[in-house]
Design a protein around this ligand. Structure first.
Ligand SMILES: [Ca+2]
Ligand SMILES: [Ca+2]
Length: 244
């Protein structure tokens, strides 16, 4: 009797130590705000927000270093890309946007036209494009608007331009353009872009490949949201049953 009691006590101490070790696993993120413990609820669609983007003519979007959306139409018709995202803050948004342009001449429609550009974004948490975004041109032309002898200039796209830690401190600010200047097509008016501004670099006609970056420090709508970014390392409420 006494021996089995001692045995149970040893087991209890051992499992207590194991639990402590598990709870203090190095590198583990602190519990999510409001979570209060190791367990967090599974994210629901109500935890997501809608991300609406419109580009003249094309874009790709990264959030916190991960590719989230690619414009499915390279040129025309002008379309809206609308996807669900699970926001976490701080949120680093990085966008590559391209006006349709021949890489050798910077012109479009068989080198007959200097096309114009534009990009606008709105997330359901209130994140919008405006002049607070960073911007830099990487391909522009035709230089001096010379359409008889069109030339373009290019800068190499930096590696990891979309990474959270990328240094954009030398970049300029995005320039805002009016709806009249960009002239968005019908799909734009069928989606929520209220409060967002069209942006581009300084020359909306000649700058043909541009990068934008923006950091959203906390949710613009002030809503408290659970950080699900480490979800795959968290034990869910009900783990999937193992096959016997
Ligand atoms: Ca252009
Ligand atoms: Ca265009």
């Amino acid at each position: 009797m006494k021996r089995s009691f001692q045995f149970a006590a040893v087991i209890a101490v051992l499992s207590g130590a194991a639990l402590l070790a598990w709870a203090q696993k190095p590198g583990e993120r602190p519990p999510p705000p409001g979570g209060g413990g190791a367990k967090i609820k599974k994210p629901q669609m109500s935890d997501t927000v809608k991300a609406n983007m419109y580009a003249d003519n094309w874009f790709m979007l990264y959030i916190n270093g991960e590719l989230v959306a690619v414009d499915s139409i390279k040129f025309i018709p002008h379309n809206v890309i609308s996807v669900d995202i699970l926001p976490t803050y701080p949120m680093t948004i990085a966008v590559m946007a391209k006006d349709n342009a021949d890489p050798k001449t910077g012109m479009e429609y068989a080198n007959t036209n200097i096309g114009d550009a534009g990009f606008i974004l709105k997330f359901g948490d209130g994140t919008v494009t405006n002049a607070s975004w960073k911007a830099k041109k990487f391909s522009w032309g035709p230089i001096d608007r010379d359409i008889k002898n069109p030339r373009v200039e290019n800068l190499p796209i930096p590696e990891n331009w979309y990474a959270v830690g990328f240094d954009d401190s030398s970049w300029g600010q995005a320039k805002e353009y009016t709806e009249e200047q960009v002239g968005p097509k019908q799909p734009f008016f069928e989606h929520d872009f209220k409060g967002a501004k069209f942006i581009w670099t300084d020359d909306i006609e000649l700058d043909n490949t541009v990068l934008f970056r923006h950091v959203v420090k906390s949710s613009p709508d002030g809503k408290q949201r659970v950080d699900y970014s480490n979800l795959n390392n968290v034990v869910p409420d009900s783990p999937p049953k193992k096959k016997k």
